[in-house]
Write a protein of this length. Structure first.
Length: 429
């Protein structure tokens, strides 16, 4: 029994919530306060920082410094500086491991998302969730092992393509399954009129028998996937309605997350659904909130974005902790890149040389800040962490050696971290 519990606990460590702030939230209005940038607000941005650099849409323009739009405060016993736009995140500061020295290689949204999710911009590479499901399996047979949910804000809504949760060169049974945030979570989850469950069971068994015969002839791994997906779909007819029924959640719990109407498609509703998915053993849960591409009106955009995600993010982490699940669940919050410390009209442009994100639970060193950018928030300068390092570290937190999690494709070893990536021990408890 003790051995069984030990194995079960080791597997649970790999449940993961990825809260993707699609569009690139500004690190300068979240976790990286720069008083010198505030002092330079509206003045010419020093050329020494930008000479010869990739500036996306700010080429051949007069660069002016833009200070943070809101003040920062030190929160929790750890004293982590967090923007006042996120008061609820301030209440969980002592659970957070903030990385202020991130950098990435891609300055456009789709490729930056792909790089953050797959470690590559080449189509056909497996996503993080697919790698986890491939390497570790799921703890549920009634639900997909990798589930994706999306929500959107009122402005800065950047499209997110399904390739971000693709299984790539891995068998398709490892791909992410997108649940709808409004209405039925899965289309056609119920039986057609006139088809009872026993009749459907007979049809599925016959289809599986025929697919099994075909598999023996062709040895095509996708046939095995098709067989497994038929069975999973049958089981989901019972499990999904129960999963998405929030009647068992108290009004106090709904209010904690900031849910006005269960199932209304908000980030808050998706966060509560993420906790319910984690309870049921789903390996990877990825939430995209599309609302952070603030080329204009960063004041209104950041306030709206923060209001949409602040309370629910804090509630999810607090809820997981109270249920004894946080130590076994790695939560990641962040975007595909940051924003420039220079203004772009009334907003900020894309920025890849320095940005912030945070992790919680799952063995991270809580109540800490790792790395830093320069005095204007332009470039990561101390303890720089690139995307491959982040992937290697997250896998290490889950007990996986990133150098050994691979698959053969066209004679080569394919890995999430490619030929790069170093585990950042400073992020680990």
């Amino acid at each position: 029994r003790d051995l069984h519990l030990s194995i079960r606990r080791q597997r649970q460590m790999c449940i993961r919530d990825s809260l993707c702030m699609a569009g690139g939230p500004s690190h300068l209005e979240t976790f990286d306060y720069k008083p010198e940038l505030a002092r330079l607000d509206g003045k010419p941005f020093p050329e020494s920082f930008t000479q010869g650099q990739q500036l996306a849409q700010l080429q051949n323009t007069v660069l002016k410094a833009r200070g943070p739009i809101a003040p920062f405060s030190r929160r929790g016993q750890s004293g982590i500086e967090i923007c006042d736009l996120f008061p609820h995140l301030g209440t969980i500061a002592d659970e957070m491991c903030v990385v202020r020295s991130m950098k990435t290689e891609q300055i456009n949204h789709d490729t930056a998302h792909a790089f953050m999710n797959t470690g590559s911009i080449i189509k056909g590479r497996p996503s993080m969730g697919s790698w986890l499901l491939y390497g570790l399996g799921a703890e549920t047979e009634e639900l997909p092992g990798f589930v994706v949910l999306t929500s959107k804000g009122r402005n800065g809504v950047q499209p997110v393509s399904a390739r971000q949760w693709s299984s790539g060169v891995l068998p398709s049974r490892f791909q992410g399954i997108q649940f709808q945030s409004q209405g039925d979570a899965v289309h056609y989850i119920g039986n057609p009129d006139g088809v009872c469950q026993s009749t459907q069971r007979q049809v599925i068994e016959e289809v599986m028998r025929l697919n099994g015969s075909l598999a023996e002839e062709t040895h095509d791994p996708e046939i095995a996937t098709r067989i497994a997906q038929y069975e999973l779909a049958f089981k989901m007819q019972a499990s999904v309605p129960e999963l998405t029924d929030f009647k068992a959640e108290s009004p106090v719990m709904l209010a904690r997350y900031g849910i006005k109407e269960p199932g209304e498609g908000s980030f808050a509703s998706n966060c509560l659904l993420a906790r319910r998915l984690a309870e049921r053993g789903v390996r990877m849960i990825q939430l995209y909130h599309r609302g952070w591409d603030h080329h204009g009106d960063i004041v209104g955009g950041m306030k709206e974005g923060a209001q949409a995600v602040d309370q629910a993010t804090a509630a999810l982490i607090t809820d997981l902790k109270e249920r004894g699940m946080l130590e076994d669940t790695l939560v990641l919050w962040g975007g595909e890149f940051g924003r420039t410390p220079m203004g772009q009209g009334t907003g900020r442009d894309h920025h890849i040389l320095g940005f912030s994100l945070f992790m919680a639970g799952g063995g991270v060193k809580k109540g800490t800040v790792y790395g830093s950018t320069d005095e204007l928030g332009y470039r990561a300068t101390e303890n720089v962490v690139d995307v491959h390092d982040l992937h290697a570290t997250m896998l290490a937190l889950m007990g996986v050696d990133h150098l050994r999690l691979n698959t053969k494709f066209q004679g080569l070893d394919v890995r999430l971290t490619g030929i790069a990536g170093n585990v950042v021990r400073g992020l680990m408890a």
